[in-house]
Design a protein around this ligand. Structure first.
Ligand code: HEC
Ligand code: HEC
Length: 210
């Protein structure tokens, strides 16, 4: 029965390790305590617990594909200023990859990135400077779906022929409600705070040059 003995010792040792990790994690939590968002940023950084700050989680789990500056890499695309419910859906469900972003993105359950941490990742992504000029605005808000040349992209919708007022109506209303997974049907609505009329005009002007 030696085998059993060894097995049970291994089990107890690993249970102890788990308990220790949990204790460390909750200490991290306590140290950050009450910090609602930005506060606990630095103190939790050693942990790997569930109270990490947004930049830390982003650099650890997302930057390898989306880039440290969130401007995209060969593997995946730009992520600045995310539309949160949609972005949350993608993170929780994963993505298969496509032409512009040729890698598979795993689904990240809340046991890996908690809801609070995910909001902090989005806060981190929102803190990048506002895009400036039609090309940068197009990259930030439209290119992932409509493609580099606005001729279709992942959603197979050529938006080059659209005059400003049609684009404005579409951008303000969006499409597809909360059907975030429907590639050919979902477009997020952006209000004037996310993208002003003037900024959209710059995008339309830029599309006109493509
Ligand atoms: C292995 C590479 C990889 C990693 C790591 C990764 N992603 Fe992605 N991500 C992708 C790819 C590829 C796509 C696009 C795939 C597609 O459209 O089918 C994507 C798409 C997204 C989108 C949708 C963006 C849009 O404009 O449609 C969001 C949001 C996102 N990722 C967030 C994250 C976050 C947050 C993390 C870290 C927790 C992360 N990703 C980690 C590869 C990755
Ligand atoms: C998450 C993906 C996604 C993003 C981001 C996105 N779109 Fe769309 N867009 C779509 C889809 C899908 C459709 C087709 C929906 C429909 O009308 O059936 C569409 C349709 C359109 C149309 C209508 C085209 C037509 O002929 O009916 C316009 C104009 C448009 N988008 C402009 C934009 C602009 C401008 C941006 C950036 C500010 C943008 N979209 C961002 C997915 C997206």
């Amino acid at each position: 029965m030696r085998g059993d003995d060894r097995l049970s010792r291994m089990v107890w040792t690993s249970l102890f390790a788990v308990a220790l990790t949990a204790a460390c994690a909750s200490e991290d939590g306590a140290a950050d305590g009450g910090g609602s968002g930005e506060g606990g940023a630095d103190s939790g950084s050693s942990g790997g617990g569930m109270d990490r700050d947004g930049e830390e989680v982003y650099m650890l789990l997302c930057a390898s594909c989306h880039g440290a500056d969130a401007q995209g890499t060969m593997l995946a695309y730009e992520l600045r200023h995310p539309v949160r419910p949609y972005a949350t859906w993608v993170v929780r469900n994963g993505r298969t990859g496509n032409e512009l972003a040729p890698s598979v993105m795993a689904a990240y359950p809340s046991s890996v990135v908690s809801d609070v941490e995910l909001e902090r990742v989005f806060d981190f992504l929102d803190a990048f400077p506002r895009a400036d000029g039609g090309e940068a605005l197009y990259l930030d808000h439209c290119r992932n779906c409509h493609g580099i040349d606005a001729a279709g992209g992942e959603v197979e919708k050529d938006i080059r022929p659209n005059p400003f007022h049609d684009a404005l109506e579409k951008v303000r209303q969006g499409e597809g409600g909360s059907g975030y997974g429907a590639r050919l049907l979902f477009m997020p609505a952006l209000d004037a705070a996310a993208l002003s009329d003037d900024e959209l005009q710059q995008i339309v002007d830029f599309i006109g040059t493509l």
